[in-house]
Design a protein around this ligand. Sequence first.
Ligand code: AP5
Length: 220
Amino acid sequence: MMWVILLGPPGAGKGTQAQALSSRHGWLHLATGDLLREAVTQETSLGKEAAVYMKQGTLVPDRIIIGLIQERLSSSAVIAGCLFDGFPRNLSQARELDRVMQQQGRGLDRAISLEVNGEALVRRLTSRRVCGRCHRVYNLLTNPSKAGDRCESCGEDLQQRADDDEETIRRRLAVYREDTEPLKDHYKHQGILSVISGDASPEEVGERIEDALGRPSPGR
Ligand code: AP5
């Protein structure tokens, strides 16, 4: 069983890689951004509160995030492993995750940091389209849907995320540098950090991640 964190700035490819890894290995994919967007769509009270922060490109308060993670971990069976995508996002969330792992009598196996330069990230995010139902990720320039403006997997209309306008993207990048990037040191000290360039095709990046996890890559 593996417990893995995917770190990296907005647009680095965390969601793209997490979907492929979790379906390949049967891991639980825990993406706080997706959980929050579901709550926003359903207009729950949590969703209404979170939407204000997400629209601005700032972090949603820790008490909401930690509640979401605890609820999802207690209601889902983690059989082969768990992949955290977009969590933790600051030191207090990382310490909370350390505490949860300790309670379970185990540690995290690896923290993968995907690195891509800032202007490439802005290009990727302004051309991203996502499926509102199954969360599959596309890109108008590099990975368009074969079904046009619908999802290839489930047929739902594709959408542009509310926080994918250029001004909000730049704020999200600044928040990442300020609050999330310091987590690399936290996991370096734990001896589990792997820094990987995300500036290659998704397939190549996937192979780099598999190498870092010490598993054979698909097709090898
Ligand atoms: P979240 O949903 O987590 O967004 P993010 O971290 O900003 O990351 P993204 O989803 O934008 O990018 P990604 O790295 O997953 O890239 P993707 O694979 O889609 O968070 C959104 C908001 O929710 C936050 O701002 C915050 O408000 C809140 N939030 C979430 N978690 C929180 C937490 N823990 N605490 C507090 N607040 C929280 O790829 C991007 C594009 O690039 C796609 O079009 C894709 O097709 C393309 N692409 C992917 N890989 C490649 C490649 N190798 N080459 C070329 N193109 C590629």
